[in-house]
Write a protein that binds this ligand. Sequence first.
Ligand code: HEC
Length: 349
Amino acid sequence: MKLRHHLSLLGSLAIVFAAACGAADDTRTTPPTPAPDAATTFDTGAPPAPDAAPDAGLAPPFPMAPEVLSFFESFHTSRYSGAKPSAAALDEAVKQGRTGEEIALVRGLAHLWHVAESRRDPNMDGDAIQAEAMSLPGWFAFAQEKQPNDPRVGCFLGTALVNAGQATQNAALEQQGFAVLDAAVAAYPEFNLFCRALAYDPLPASDPRFDKAVDSLYESLDACFGEKVDRANPDITKYLGQATSEGRKRVCWNGWIAPHNAEGFFLYFGDLLVKQGKIDIAKIVYANAKKIKEYASWPYKSILDERLGSDLTVKAALYRDADPKNDPPVGGASADRNCAYCHAGSASE
Ligand code: HEC
């Protein structure tokens, strides 16, 4: 039953992928898309909307449908119980033929949140989550069709394809995912290099391809800061003055959408360095999180403190031994907050 379900899904996906990859290839031949829609519509001067979501104190950066804003209300407060109803409301909007105002993309992302943090649900239905996960590539391919000028979509389509390919041991699918990610990186490196790291990070530390995860994160810093960052001492102090919540470099820092993106990024980056066995450099990268202006209000400081208080040499060894099952999860996944550690401004659940 389960197998049949996967096969039929993959059959229909193959068609979608052909289209998705065509679109992705286009981005190689056309000049890099300047930025997500936001580059032109990003709200800079307007006063915050009276009912803007908590914390960031800024208006939502582009026009959003009520269902999208409602999703962000749950997402920004880490209210996981809101993930499923938000996704259902967004599905309904799509059914009604409404796909603008971020609906097409955020519909897939609401489902992704529900899937990614499903361990938070004591009554989690494993089969339903698996089916939802297998639908993600189709939803993100649809989003790419509807939001062709938003190069962030390739992040979510690419990682979903890689995950689906790995889950079904379909190497061609996995390859398609990496191709989508490569095209997305070419179009918007500041954002999509992080996504490429996500696609490689589950590999064993001993696999040479795991290094691509770490390399992608260094390259993401290079793209963000405009110069090659020192690999022996990636301290960000001298770049802090570049912080912005506008334009394409906003994704290197914190903003309305991801109020603690930067702290989360450095937590995750430090974890991958520990996995790579580079403990001294990991400590420099963990310390970067504390240099971010909004660090004091980060609801997940405790995850970072846990790292700083633990024996990282022992931890690094767990990634290197023969048992992949004892590998500690990286980033917010260690606390089942795979998305919330960047996206929540407060933690109501
Ligand atoms: C390392 C931090 C980080 C993690 C982890 C992360 N994101 Fe994001 N996310 C970002 C950044 C940065 C952006 C882009 C913000 C922007 O465009 O201004 C973003 C964008 C988004 C958006 C907005 C899309 C839109 O239409 O504007 C959603 C929704 C989202 N992510 C959901 C998720 C989900 C679901 C997860 C977990 C599976 C996740 N994110 C994990 C940093 C992160």
